[in-house]
Design a protein around this ligand. Sequence first.
Ligand code: ADP
Ligand code: MG
Length: 293
Amino acid sequence: ATPTALMVGIGRGASLGILVKGQDALEASGTITTVVLDKTGTLTAGTMTVTGTATAEHIQEHDLLRIAASVEQGSEHIIARAILSAAKKQITDLESATDFNIVPGKGATATVSGKLAIVGNRALLAEHGVALNSNEPNGIELHENPAETTVFVAVDGKLIGAINLADTIKPGAKNAVDALRKQGLKTVLLTGDSKAAGDYTAAQLGIDTALSEVLPTDKAETVRALQAQGERVAMVGDGINDAVALAAADLGLAMVNGSDIALKSADIILVRDDLAVIPDAIALSRKTLRTIR
Ligand code: ADP
Ligand code: MG
């Protein structure tokens, strides 16, 4: 590979909104076989809104939101931000909370007015011995739907309600996935969200495989497992959660509005706020490599 051709490629990338950190990155992207796409914040807008709640008997929605928001004060997660902003529309003050504990990929807990309060997914509730196996746990009518994320709220080991949240698929996501497939690449969606939510988004976008309920600490392992199957893996992500996987991938691509740590771990930074920049980056490197060889 001649340095000159690679430099030209890097320069062309810059004008396309593709910030290539080094020549190795450009060479690596020419040989990629699989693209792993993080769901939340990469394929979806990454800002959620509360779309509805379900409460146990004797629990009012504003109490549910107050308790959940009190716990979520300790979290920066987009779910936390959505619950806090929904709560602020209905109530003025949160409860005093201490002992904030964030459980990556699962939720958060805190002591709220002296009681252990939990906000999170089924796995987190199960860890605390709160069973959710019936259709209407504790008389709560769950309205779970695969297009949304449902988080559960428990106090003192009892379920008091559930909160539904929705994110939206980014406008350019379908076209970007189509383009990657036309480039002969396999596509994989990676998410910590439920299987229903992962499968739903993958089906909407025509993504080959959805790997759901993957803990942040296991995202890198998932990349390595694909590599062990002989794939050359590009990983696209945005969050703190994605940093190790971005580093483990043959090629790490970070969305520019992502977290600092994701940007540091990536080989390529996607400056243009349009997912078409992903197939563009692959096309650019293939073209650059052809010029060289
Ligand atoms: P993703 O990989 O889609 O970015 P995460 O790994 O951050 O998702 O989270 C996976 C799941 O864990 C969420 O869908 C949610 O059910 C639960 N979760 C994570 N953080 C929180 C939180 N702060 N509050 C409530 N639930 C949470
Ligand atoms: Mg994410």
